[in-house]
Design a protein around this ligand. Sequence first.
Ligand code: B12
Length: 134
Amino acid sequence: MMMNPALHSAALLLLLLLPGTLTQDPVPIDVVVVNSQHSTPLTYPTHVAHRGILISALKRLMDSNENFKFTYTEDPNYGPYLKSVNGLAGSDKDRTYWELLVKTPDGKIIRPNVGIGCYIPSKNEKIILKFSKW
Ligand code: B12
């Protein structure tokens, strides 16, 4: 049986478009470390896979840049908890922690309601790791 010509060209178009839809470009982001003890924030340009989670970008950044390091603990309910950045750890005694903030390209600062294991960064976001008090 012959294929309908319109269907045939639609199928052909789909085949041509498929590689582009299957492979997605990495998403560029900045990781910004803010610690009031340092006057200027440190900015690390990096990237995350399309729809990838923040912790994977932080791990890749740590592997590729000796000036960035972080540690985390595993919470039984909420997953990875960001414990230290560049050698400075949050402490229950001092009521300090690394707060996760995000500056979107339009300049808004949001405080995600999930941690580094769940947050999915979008293109050109500044991921702010801010040493804070609670
Ligand atoms: C108090 C609290 C905090 C305090 C904890 C201080 C302390 N050591 O006691 C501080 C201010 C540090 C905090 C921080 C954050 N929190 Co909080 N926190 C809570 C809250 C209100 C109560 C937790 C509690 O004391 N439970 C009672 C104790 C007995 O149980 P527990 O299991 O031992 O509690 C521990 C965990 O909850 C852990 N914890 C607290 N927050 C978070 C967040 C993440 C991602 C992880 C892995 C662990 C964790 O700290 C508690 C004490 O050790 C809950 C909401 C709720 N009502 O449960 C949100 C909650 C757990 N936090 C939440 C979030 C999102 C955060 C932040 C990511 C916010 C941000 N954008 O910065 C950060 C963590 C950043 C990081 N460093 O990884 C979310 C987690 C949701 C999710 N699926 O990821 C919750 C559910 C609130 C919400 N938005 O709905 N948090």
